[in-house]
Design a protein around this ligand. Structure first.
Ligand SMILES: [Zn+2]
Length: 460
């Protein structure tokens, strides 16, 4: 099957070109002006952009959390992702405490295989650092699971102490893996959260105020310094505050290989959203939403490359029946927000459409940097020989975000009623058209497991 995409503007992280794109089978075969070659079908992309399929490096499909499960399965979550222009996700497999990394990886492979509609890879959440687990990390790197997430938050569930984190960082210098950190001081946060709950401050709003941005900055600096001593790069996930950003910037100005992502919720939503009684539970995630004045600092961080990636931390729970588990006690609200479908448009809307960043920088943070940093050289650019993961993107389309029309399997949207500029018209995954306007043409099981290379975090 050959597909010719005519008259579009090819938008890569490093260049904008008027070019036609020939897709042959699963890869991009030719790029050129006025290509006239035989093809089985043609797509007219006049007035549209042709961008590399977006890559979301932080999702949690079917994650068990707080006695329930994140609602999207690998099927529903990846289909929703595709409607939003995302053609690759990297999800998190979880090591059971006391068990092996292998057990966790096998369990998540089983959830995804035959169900995912787009390509997927895995990071490994390390819940329990032991000698045998450290050597298992080496094996996983060889198998294409090259990134490992540890936590300074969630005592008793995911929290690793500084010694364990340091050992994992040291191991990553030997095996070429990359350590990703959820950086918040979970022990101190729990003290404040418990004080709030016992004095009657039980509304979702107090989830936000229990988790000071200083507690995020402290843990961010701590893990960066542990990485510095270990001689390892480190990647901070879901950075939410000016305070933590300042720590990453300081480290980068010192020349350290410290990297960070933020998420759309920290760029568009704020502590105020947590304030509306129990409705605020729809916005409970960790780190929490911050006062609105943090948002412009994060946008600036993205523009100046102190933040390299935008991912979603997609982890949806229904308001009815799931978020409601925390009625009367914010500590019991499942943490997480839906977002995998909306990231590309939100970032376009607040980025190039709002004049905050160039279209090329937008492609960098949603696709090119994720591909480079997470070892996916066949993705992240519109270039000959790479996978034909392509989005025909209409920068002028307007749509209103709503739970009534989104494809995520969750009963609310954090952005209900927001009108955004920009939208994916046609989405190709390895050469196959999977989304055409409102029509779904993909299939469950089309997605393949991606064996990733060692992280390119050191490569700029
Ligand atoms: Zn997460």
């Amino acid at each position: 099957m050959r597909t010719l995409i005519k008259n579009g503007t090819v938008l890569n992280a490093d260049a904008t070109t008027r070019a036609d794109v020939l897709v042959d089978g699963e890869t991009i075969a030719m790029l050129g002006t006025d290509l006239e070659v035989a093809a089985d079908r043609r797509i007219d992309a006049a007035d549209k952009w042709v961008i590399p399929g977006a890559i979301d490096v932080h999702t949690h499909m079917e994650l068990p959390f707080g006695g329930t499960f994140a609602k999207d399965t690998f099927e529903t979550g990846t289909r929703a992702a595709a409607f939003g222009g995302t053609t690759t996700i990297i999800d998190f497999a979880v090591q059971p405490r006391g068990g092996s990394l292998r057990q966790g990886l096998d369990a998540w492979m089983e959830k995804a295989e035959g169900n995912a509609c787009i390509d997927y890879g895995f990071h490994m959440i390390v819940s329990d650092v032991r000698d045998d687990v450290l050597s298992e990390m080496d094996t996983l790197v060889e198998e294409g699971v090259t990134t490992f997430k540890l936590f300074t938050a969630y005592p008793g569930v995911f929290l690793s102490d500084d010694g364990a984190i340091f050992r994992a960082l040291q191991q990553s210098t030997r095996n070429g893996g990359l350590i990703m950190m959820h950086a918040e001081n979970g022990l101190a946060i729990d003290v404040v959260a418990n004080q709030n709950a016992t004095t009657g401050n039980t509304d979702p709003y107090f989830h936000g105020t229990s988790r000071s941005p200083i507690m995020e900055a402290e843990a961010t600096n701590r893990v960066i310094r542990l990485a510095e001593v270990a001689g390892a790069p480190v990647y901070i996930v879901h950075l939410s505050s000016r305070h933590a950003l300042n720590e990453v910037r300081r480290a980068r100005d010192e020349g350290l290989p410290a990297f960070a992502e933020t998420c759309p919720q920290y760029l568009f939503l704020s502590l105020d959203d947590l304030g509306n009684g129990f409705e605020g539970s729809k916005f409970v995630c960790s780190p929490p939403l911050r006062p609105a004045d943090h948002q412009e600092d994060l946008w600036l961080g993205l523009v100046k490359d102190d933040l390299q990636v935008v991912s979603t931390d997609h982890c949806p729970f229904d308001f009815h029946g799931q978020k409601e588990l925390g009625r009367g006690d914010f500590r019991k609200i499942p943490n997480g927000l839906p977002g995998v479908e909306d990231r590309v448009d939100l970032l376009h809307h607040g980025g190039p459409a709002a004049g905050r960043m160039t279209p090329n920088r937008w492609v960098e943070v949603i696709s090119a940097a994720p591909a480079r940093m997470f070892g996916l050289p066949q993705k992240g650019a519109v270039a000959v020989g790479l996978d034909a993961d392509l989005v025909i993107y209409d920068p002028n389309r307007r749509r209103t975000i709503s739970a009534k029309t989104h494809h995520m399997d969750v009963d609310y949207s954090c952005y209900e009623g927001l009108e955004v500029t920009g939208g994916a018209d046609v989405v190709l995954s390895r050469g196959k058209i999977i989304v055409d306007g409102d029509e779904w043409l993909g299939e469950r099981g089309d997605g393949r497991f991606l064996r990733r290379q060692r992280s390119g975090a050191f490569l700029r």
